[in-house]
Design a protein around this ligand. Structure first.
Ligand code: NAD
Length: 281
């Protein structure tokens, strides 16, 4: 079976470039759809404590017949657990739910600048990596300033930065900053949550040219520009379709046309919260 290509982190570990995300998937549904994702060829699963489905993901892993070496699991530390000691215990609770001994990737879910606990939280992730409980550590929803502060105050550069990123909001500044520091960029809501983007005329034209679907074009664009990408679907045919985007080869002209869809300069494009100001409970 074809598997996703991998990208290499600054710590030497690797991550499958195409993964499967499970935000807004009920725990009992997660078990079924993660199994379907494994069957389609996905080996990289993206969950989080706040999604409430780590246990369902864990059951899918346990019944998959796949060994820990064959899969790549990410989970995330929730905002209310930030702080050194609370991070260490929240991590153990996530691991119990997942049924894993070692985690591939642990992320701080949001920077939460107002709360201002992310440096201590990052130190706890560094400790978990030292203890061998987690192979790689990274962050999600940070700003350039927040990333720089992590590096300045601890000397440890995140392996990856998971951010909202899709053709309408292409995050040039954070991608360039990440590349300059050796931080991979991972795209959340890579399909723009399945809204207007999948009806876009440019995307439709490129899809027709390659005889593939709009979702496959968008996933292929992420892969072409070097993102790690984690589309979500709970529909088996779409799970397979999204994995098959690995076979879509866009040319430079296609990539340029999709790059031109970015709405950032118009002050538009973002769907989710802005990490610079977001302050979730
Ligand atoms: P997405 O961009 O992956 O869109 C998912 C939606 O697109 C589906 O619900 C469906 O409606 C549609 N879709 C999927 N495949 C399709 C296909 N082949 N054809 C037509 N429509 C299709 O949105 P997302 O779930 O927000 O993001 C993906 C993953 O990113 C999440 O599941 C989660 O793991 C992660 N995420 C992380 C954060 C964070 O703060 N770190 C935030 C949001 C999402």
């Amino acid at each position: 079976m074809t598997l996703s290509p991998t990208l290499t982190f600054n710590d030497g570990n690797t991550i499958p470039q195409l993964g499967y995300g499970v935000w807004q998937v009920e725990d009992d549904v997660a078990e079924k759809v993660v199994r379907q994702a494994f069957e389609a060829g996905f080996r990289h699963i993206d969950t989080a404590k706040i999604y409430g489905n780590e246990a369902g993901v864990g059951r899918a892993i346990a019944s998959s017949g796949l060994s820990p070496e064959q899969i790549f699991i990410t989970t995330k530390l929730w905002n209310s657990d930030q702080g050194y000691e609370s991070t260490l215990s929240a991590f153990e609770e996530s691991m119990d739910r997942l049924g894993l001994e070692t985690l591939d990737l642990y992320l701080i879910h949001w920077m939460q600048p107002k709360q201002d606990k992310y440096i201590d939280t990052w130190k706890a992730l560094i400790e978990l990596q030292k203890r061998g409980r987690v192979k790689s550590i990274g962050v999600s929803n940070f700003t350039v300033e927040g990333l720089q502060r992590l590096i300045d105050e601890t000397g440890v550069v995140p392996a990856i930065h998971q951010i909202e990123l899709h053709p309408y909001f292409s995050q040039r500044e954070l991608r360039d900053f990440g590349a300059s520091k050796g931080i991979l960029t991972q795209a959340w809501s890579p399909l723009g949550q399945g809204g207007e983007l999948l009806e876009d005329g440019t995307v439709a034209r490129i899809a027709a040219k390659h005889q593939v679907t709009p979702a496959q074009v968008v996933i292929a664009w992420h892969l072409a520009i070097g993102n790690v990408v984690i589309p979500k679907s709970v529909t088996e045919s779409r799970i397979r379709e999204n994995f098959a985007a690995l076979d879509v080869a866009l040319d430079a002209e296609d990539v340029d046309a999709i790059n031109a869809l970015d709405r950032t300069a118009r002050g538009e494009g973002r769907i989710g919260a802005d990490p610079a100001v977001s302050d979730f409970a």
